[in-house]
Design a protein around this ligand. Structure first.
Ligand code: IPE
Ligand code: IPE
Ligand code: MG
Length: 250
């Protein structure tokens, strides 16, 4: 039986380290993407088995347009292959598939595969699986605010949240980044306001279900305070603190 999540309903992953993984093995970067893409399916399955409600995967950022065309083409192709291969599994496992980001520059046939899977899985009630592709957190916030301005809606935290690309996903509870770097790289900026962060040195092609489960178990134990303190906590004090305070007063 897999560990079952309690607090961590929306998990987001920055799948980083493919290029370095390949280069460390004297291969070209694209080989890392090929190997990395084969990890995705296992992690999706594991998240579903652990009862995660939403899994959002960062696959291509707005900034990644600055990579060489051949690498970009490989990433497009791998997305297409993934969707073709996983389509039946998504539908069979009641997974609701979505993509956030600008996919207008993807080849037409890939856009069709995406649209078909989105349409065919839209009523599914299980795991919400979302790929962030051509995605940027700042662009998402700008688009939300522009939507509100165009519809003459007051800009509030709630109205911005509701105008994001996929409002039904809600805030991120846990963001994991593989590959050893400790930064957010423009991912889900609005949604991580109170998200737990976890950085692992593991390069994405080496990331396993076992490590994923371990991270989830560890972060489930963290106390999430959301900036608040309860009345009881505020009154509680250790013996030493009481003694020190007594000394200060007298
Ligand atoms: C993450 O791996 C995948 C994408 C950004 C598309 P990288 O390609 O960034 O690999 P590293 O970080 O250079 O090793
Ligand atoms: C973040 O990784 C984007 C994805 C994993 C898709 P990058 O490799 O692009 O980020 P930086 O350049 O290290 O910030
Ligand atoms: Mg990287």
């Amino acid at each position: 039986m897999d560990f079952q999540v309690n607090k961590l309903k929306h998990v987001a992953i920055i799948m980083d380290g493919n290029g370095r993984w390949a280069q460390n093995r004297a291969h070209r970067r694209v080989w890392g993407h090929v190997r990395g893409s084969s990890v995705v399916s296992n992690i999706v399955e594991k998240a579903d088995d652990m009862g995660v409600k939403a899994l959002t995967l960062y696959a291509f950022s707005t900034e990644n347009w600055g990579r060489p065309p051949s690498e970009i083409r490989t990433l497009f192709l791998l997305l297409k292959k993934f969707l073709i291969k996983e389509r039946n599994k998504v539908l069979k496992n009641n997974i609701k598939f979505n993509i956030i980001g600008d996919i207008s520059k993807l080849p037409k046939d890939t856009v069709k595969i995406i649209d078909d899977l989105k349409r065919d899985s839209k009523d599914n009630t299980g795991l919400k699986l979302t790929f962030a592709f051509g995605y940027g957190g700042r662009a998402e916030i700008i688009s939300a605010v522009n939507k509100l301005i165009a519809e003459d809606i007051e800009v509030t935290e709630e109205s911005i949240s509701n105008a994001l690309h996929a409002p039904e996903l809600g805030d991120v509870d846990l963001m994991i980044r593989t590959g050893g770097d400790q930064r957010i790289s423009n991912f889900l900026l609005w949604q991580i306001a109170y998200g737990e962060l976890y950085f692992t040195e593991t390069m994405w092609p080496n990331f396993t279900c076992t490590e994923f489960e371990k991270i989830i178990m560890e972060v489930e134990k963290r106390e999430r305070r959301f900036g608040q303190v309860t009345e009881t906590e505020s009154l509680a004090a250790t013996k030493t603190q009481v003694k020190n305070n007594f000394r200060l007063i007298n």
